[in-house]
Ligand binder design. Structure first.
Ligand code: MOS
Length: 740
């Protein structure tokens, strides 16, 4: 089936999802399950002075109350693994220390969910509190440089040329601080775990996870089990966005509770509990200075970013990464520093680093363009990096120039007056802004197997996950095309550690990593079948060369004579085997040493700002991306749009408000933690450049889960400036900031 890849195939999992038959983590039917609810701390720093569990223990249906006083000891909970995603240290009731608000400090296990909720209310806690450390700005002097920045293991700082000399050479320069707030992931499906001990040393976990194998590894190490004694099952996810990448406290607590209660245990995180214990996007402070000659050539660029980490672990919100490689700046310096705060562990959140970093850098690029009185697209083209300026390597492919040009054309950018506040429609000030998108192209070692069954069905297995992104669908397409059957004949399974080992679905790497493995396994199976036929004297294809055999629509036949051939079924039946199987491992090779690999894009936004009230609406948005081979036009479009819509959220709505005196999250619910709804979204379009990349991986896909959010907030912020003439440098751009 040529050209099946790329087709807008409907979601394989669409029907079971809309009919409610897709079974999510918490919904697995486990006999004799008890229900666990976490008790969380109401202070952000200090110690637990006392916990009185007597009333809870006597409450209806309550089986067990676990606190640090009676918990199973699991020393491995404190370890931070260095692998990606990090097994952050988790809070598993091992001591009386409180590091952050909403930290788990107890678990109530009961016969029903309602009993567990009611029991949890009855746990009496007293604390010895300390003032929480929450503020970034007042503690910049305490900031320290970490060893590494970001999930790719980049260095924490970078230098090339001489920034001071470059600044001296500049005709125009800017120097500003850009800020992004705390954001907290809120997938539709909150985290949930079911733990079942099948034997004292054998555990099955149904989990909402982005990585069944990393989940297995972490749980096994915490409980001192060999990994093969733990099975993790996760067939469907209601979103993840990075929050379900690491293994958090509740997973360990579910397994601990099941062990101590001697029952299978179901544990769901409540929506308010999502704030604090499951990662967040750290607030950032990005100090960016730039200089340019009067022709627009950048002479120097500096980006010094500070973000929070927790008191017990480390994560760098690597916002300075785009400033290292996006433009041809000869004198360049970036740094990342961290401040320790009383928050849960900040972690990966969709395009960690790049989402925040492209806001600061691309808003600064807009400011520089204005200082030069240059069109923002023209300014970016003037500083276009033909090779990676930081690594001195060629790009594996880069279609950013086409993205600027096609995006601008699609949007109608050429009609844009340069001056701010020059377009108006009644009471609405109208502005157009743009920004660059960028996200690294990653892959990790992945396995898959492909099997042709005697009934003619084609089964493909890989342990991987589908976050709602379309993994089931694109893997089906990749397998069908590589093997040479219709997509309907493919049965693709994922989300289980009994299947071939695959990496975490993070860093936009699933299509590239597991897609490549599925491609190779399907091709290997095809070759195997052809070899079986041509080497078997009983086959009508006996004696032909492999290249002379076509495999299509359930048959193998001679290229020169389609009538000469046999069905899959005939071939397998003759072999005496129940099926024929091929396995493949796909792993990164030397391409990283030779090429710099990124997806790029350009985003264009129209903002309408009420001249009196400051209300902002993004009425139009166009994103144009160059992300390698697009595997499914429909699911890809959804990924791009989802990212862009999150960019609208980042620009205008979203922030997790913290009470710095108490260290508590103020808006830990979806009524007050604002994200856009349908009415907030105007006309939004994602388009892409047909990009061929022979270097990144065998299927040429770059990954699209994260690039859509990068640059989006800056395009909108720049549009708001163009509409109003007012530059807001801290997100979100709420109406009060535009009016004041
Ligand atoms: Mo993504 S934040 O790497 O799941």
């Amino acid at each position: 089936m040529d050209d099946l890849i790329g087709q807008p195939l409907d979601r394989i999992d669409g029907r079971v999802k809309v009919t409610g038959r897709a079974v999510y983590a918490y919904e697995h039917d486990v006999p004799n399950a008890a229900y666990a609810v976490m008790v969380v701390s109401s202070i952000a720093n200090g110690r637990i002075a006392s916990m009185d569990t007597r009333a809870a223990e006597q409450a209806q249906g309550v089986l067990l109350v676990i606190t640090h006083q009676n918990s199973l000891k699991v020393p491995g909970a404190q370890n931070q693994s260095k692998t990606s995603p990090p097994g952050h240290a988790v809070q598993a009731l091992q001591d009386d220390v409180v590091y952050y608000a909403n930290q788990p400090i107890g678990v109530v296990v009961a016969e029903t969910f309602a009993d567990a909720i009611a029991g949890a209310q009855l746990v009496q806690v007293t604390y010895a509190p300390q003032p929480p450390q929450m503020d970034l700005e007042s503690r910049l002097a305490d900031a320290y440089a970490p060893d590494k920045a970001g999930g790719g293991g980049d260095p924490a700082a970078s230098h090339r040329g001489d920034v001071q000399a470059g600044m001296a050479e500049a005709k125009k320069s800017i120097d500003y601080v850009y800020r992004t707030p705390f954001e907290v992931h809120n997938p539709m499906e909150p985290h949930a775990t079911i733990a079942v001990w099948n034997a004292p040393d054998r555990l099955t976990i149904y989990d909402a996870t982005q990585g069944v194998f990393s989940d297995r590894g972490r749980v096994a190490s915490v409980f001192g089990l060999p990994p093969e004694n733990v099975r993790v099952i996760s067939p469907y996810l209601g979103g993840g966005f990075g929050s379900k990448g690491p293994v958090w406290s509740h997973v360990i607590l579910a397994a601990m509770a099941a062990k101590q209660a001697k029952r299978p245990v179901k544990l769901a995180v409540t929506r308010p509990q999502m704030f604090g214990m499951l990662g967040c996007r750290s607030e950032t402070r990005q100090a960016i200075a730039m200089g340019a000659k009067s022709d627009g050539a950048i002479t120097a660029l500096r980006d010094d970013t500070v973000s929070h980490t927790s008191m017990f672990g480390e994560f760098v919100e690597a916002a300075s990464l785009p400033a290292r490689m996006l433009y041809q700046s000869p004198n360049n310096s970036t740094s990342q520093r961290l401040v320790r705060s009383n928050i849960g562990q900040p972690s990966y959140m969709r395009a960690p680093g790049e989402a925040s970093g492209t806001y600061g850098l691309e808003a600064a690029m807009d400011e520089m363009a204005y200082a030069l009185k240059m069109d923002p697209v023209e300014f970016r083209l003037k500083n276009y990096a033909e090779t990676d300026p930081e690594e001195n390597k060629p790009w594996s492919s880069k279609s950013l120039r086409e993205c600027y040009l096609q995006g601008a054309k699609h949007f109608g950018w050429s009609k844009r007056p340069l001056e701010p506040r020059s377009m108006q429609d009644g009471n609405a000030l109208i502005g157009w802004g743009m920004a660059t998108s960028v996200y690294p192209t990653r892959r990790s070692v992945s396995n898959a197997s492909a099997r042709l069954n005697v009934d003619g069905t084609f089964s493909v297995d890989a342990g991987t996950q589908d976050l709602g992104t379309g993994t089931y669908t694109i893997m089906t397409q990749v397998a069908a095309e590589a093997f040479g059957v219709d997509a309907k004949q493919v049965r693709f399974r994922l989300g289980d550690t009994i299947l071939p080992q695959t990496p975490v679905s993070g860093g936009s790497q699933t299509a590239a990593s597991t897609g490549s493995a599925v491609h190779l396994a399907s091709q290997a199976l095809r070759e195997k079948l052809i070899q079986m036929a041509i080497r078997d004297a009983r086959s009508p294809l006996s004696g032909l060369g492999a290249q002379d055999v076509i495999l299509n629509k359930g048959r193998l036949y001679a290229r020169s004579n389609p009538a000469r051939g046999e069905t899959f079924r005939e071939l397998i039946l003759r072999s005496g085997q129940p099926h024929v199987e091929a396995k493949a491992e796909a792993k990164p090779g030397a391409e990283k040493d030779h090429y710099s690999m990124y997806a790029f894009g350009a985003q264009f936004a129209e903002a309408r700002v009420d001249a009196d009230l400051g209300q902002i609406k993004v009425s139009r948005m166009v994103g144009c991306f160059g992300a390698g081979r697009i595997l499914n036009a429909k699911t890809a479009r959804s990924q791009f749009l989802g990212g862009m819509i999150w960019g609208i959220s980042m620009a205008l709505y979203e922030y997790a408000a913290v009470d710095k005196r108490l260290g508590r999250w103020v808006n830990n619910n979806l009524a007050e933690y604002h994200v856009p709804v349908n009415a907030d979204i105007g006309k939004i379009e994602a388009i892409w450049v047909d990009e061929k990349d022979d270097h990144v991986n065998p299927i040429g896909a770059k990954g699209i889960g994260e690039i859509g959010i990068t640059g989006a907030a800056a395009a909108i912020a720049n549009a708001v400036f163009h509409a109003t003439g007012k530059r807001v440098r801290d997100l979100p751009i709420t109406l009060d900031k535009v009016m004041l």
